[in-house]
Design a protein around this ligand. Structure first.
Ligand SMILES: [Zn+2]
Length: 298
């Protein structure tokens, strides 16, 4: 199979290629992992490969079928998509339409392909309706589902599909590791703030330079830690760890609130693509400013 510019794991390419090339593509597949766009691109590319009219490596991307699929005008390809982050945005009526259409014979291809992107946006009802089709799929219908994770779909659906993972587990593990690194940086910065050591604060921000994702993860960790510290200020029996306990002693509630506001602003600015270097500077100077008042009697 020709994957063009799509950067996907070797395992995904190998297993999908072997299914498509050997004409062994099962009646229902689920693509997981990757980004919303990568999942969509992989699903469209697969439909192209299944319908490509050229001999040789498929999809050729040049024949009429390939072009029609790409343009979204192939009569035998139906694409529906949920809105990422909006549960139940794939309505049951949409799935019912697919079911009705699936029993009609294809127009020009040997079968019809139904692509359901962001399939996790199907509520209970929609998933049940889809399950009924997958249990007794018409001979002339193939289904490609795409979802962030297999955990987003019900087990009954999973048992009816072949799962293809877009990027290998190590890619996801790497992302997880990055997050942990950023969270650790966030905690270090708070420790430096607790010591009222401006120089250490600046040093602590170094791992977040030129890395917007890490900056956001660190800001999130800091805000959460401060929130716990604030709670432990008021509730003696609150669940705390060593750091939140230390922070609640080191900062006044007023200081914690100021820092929380600062982090909230910086997080939303980071989301809006504010200049990364400025964000770092604003974090270190902002924290120092929050601490200008002397801790009362401590
Ligand atoms: Zn083609």
């Amino acid at each position: 199979m020709n994957f063009g510019k799509l950067q996907l794991s070797d395992e995904f390419k190998r297993s999908l290629s072997s299914a498509v090339d050997k004409d062994a593509f099962s009646h229902a597949a689920l693509f997981t992992g990757g980004t919303v766009k990568e999942r969509k691109d992989a699903a469209i590319l697969t439909a192209q490969a299944l319908f490509c009219g050229e001999k040789g490596e498929k999809p050729c991307l040049k024949c009429v079928s390939c072009k029609k699929v790409k343009a979204g005008i192939h009569p035998d390809v139906t694409v529906v998509s949920g809105e990422p982050g909006k549960p139940r945005s794939i309505k049951i009526d949409t799935i019912r339409d697919i079911r009705n259409k699936a029993y009609i014979l294809p127009n020009e291809a040997p079968f019809q392909i139904f692509i359901i992107l962001e399939a996790s946006c199907m509520g209970e009802e929609s998933q049940n309706a889809l399950l009924k089709i997958l249990e007794e799929p018409p001979e002339t219908a193939r289904f490609i589902l795409a979802a962030r994770s297999r955990d987003d779909l019900r087990q009954t659906i999973l048992s009816r599909v072949s799962v293809f993972q877009l990027n290998d587990e190590s890619g996801q593990a790497a992302g997880e590791k990055e997050n942990q690194k950023a969270a650790a940086a966030g905690r270090k910065i708070l420790e430096a703030a607790a010591e009222r050591n401006e120089f250490k604060i600046i040093l602590g921000t170094a791992p977040l330079e030129k890395d917007r994702k890490a900056f956001k993860a660190a800001a999130e960790t800091m805000a959460l830690t401060l929130r716990n510290a604030l709670i432990s200020n008021y509730k003696a029996d609150a669940v705390t760890n060593e750091l939140t306990g230390r922070l609640s002693k080191a900062f006044t509630p007023g200081e914690i609130l100021k820092m929380q506001n600062l982090l909230k602003t910086l997080y939303s600015d980071a989301d809006k693509n504010a200049n990364e270097n400025l964000l770092i500077t604003r974090l270190s100077t902002g924290l120092a400013e929050c601490l200008s008042e002397k801790p009362s009697g401590k």
